[in-house]
Design a protein. Structure first.
Length: 326
């Protein structure tokens, strides 16, 4: 059932990253029969400039969109199912427009973005139309499909506004990082390494760290993992510790500059304290003010220990016990 873990991670990760920039709905139900859209995003009327920090994902989110991430390569029928859900949304918006006596603008119709870790040229050939910069002509299934001006993105006819992003074909740049974190195998592991090197004050680092750590926790609780997921857990494991260590080093430098070296790191370390609190809240509900205060007063070394120990906590009592023994 690890595929479901990855699916939930993708939805939570995208929801949290995009929530500052508009309305995000996950598991959004559409008729005629009940089907669920993974992520339906509507950008805020007033654009937030921080959306640029999400690179290609931010560019996608500047307009209404449906995002359907896949852990494994989608089949033709799974792609068709995504398009079917997209058309259901179009039908709903059209009916609402008629009800409100207003015309639905083309820009109000969400584009469908299918995120595939990898796929075959045969699958892509069903898209049938070359990318935006290519000459628009029919091609046979035996021909290699052409992408848009951005490598790894394949475009359908405009009438259905569908895009497939083949993550392993994306260029390795900071612009594609937030999508490559949803990839698989070596592509995802490399993206995690890049993520760990991001500045601590990056606008989206804390949110992504929360869900990456949650993914690690869920995978570690599984009795049997495929080799690919085992390698992913190993790639994720140093993340929290490294983030805390980086904050520790930077805090020491700042302390020397200011002429004060304290046992507790301030400033940058606060972001890491926040991540730890949010992870604990995610698993056990809202923390009491007393617990939050106790965590805020931990030293850097204690925070490092807690970031590792919390992965094994099964109840809030484990946290109480850990804090009382620290």
């Amino acid at each position: 059932m690890t595929r479901l873990i990855h699916d939930q991670f993708a939805k939570d990760y995208l929801k949290d990253l995009l929530s500052s920039f508009g309305k995000v709905e996950t598991s959004y139900e559409v008729a005629s029969e009940i089907r669920q859209i993974d992520v339906l995003f509507t950008p805020a009327v007033q654009q937030n400039s921080n959306i640029e920090s999400l690179g290609l994902l931010g560019t996608i989110a500047k307009k209404p969109c449906i995002i359907e991430p896949f852990r494994n390569p989608p089949t033709v029928w799974e792609i068709r199912a995504c398009i079917n859900k997209q058309l259901d949304v179009y039908g709903y918006l059209t009916r609402q427009g008629k009800k409100n006596k207003s015309e639905v603008e083309e820009d109000d119709l969400p584009s469908l973005w299918i995120l595939a870790p990898t796929t075959s040229n045969e699958i892509l050939s069903y898209m049938n139309i070359p990318g935006a910069i290519a000459e628009k002509k029919q091609r046979s299934k035996s021909q290699k499909p052409q992408s848009s001006s951005i490598p790894g993105i394949y475009i359908s006819p405009d009438i259905i506004k569908t895009r497939i992003i083949v993550i392993h074909r994306l260029e390795v740049t900071p612009d594609t990082l937030w999508l490559r974190l949803l990839g698989k195998g070596r592509v995802q592991r490399r993206a995690i390494e890049e993520f760990n090197r991001l500045p601590l004050n990056h606008p989206s680092r804390e949110k992504a760290a929360l869900w990456l750590s949650d993914l690690q926790y869920r995978l570690q609780k599984q009795e049997k993992l495929k080799s690919d997921d085992q390698e992913l857990v190993m790639a994720l494991s140093p993340g929290f510790v490294k983030e805390l260590e980086d904050a520790k080093i930077e805090g020491k430098i700042e302390g020397k500059i200011e002429g004060k070296i304290e046992g507790k790191i301030e400033g940058k370390i606060e972001a890491n304290v926040s991540v730890v609190k949010r992870l604990l809240s995610k698993r056990f509900g809202n923390l009491t003010p007393q617990l939050q205060q106790q965590i805020s007063q931990l030293s850097v070394d204690q925070l490092e220990d807690l970031s590792e120990a919390l992965l094994d906590f099964s109840s809030i009592q484990d946290l109480h016990t850990w804090l009382s023994n620290s």
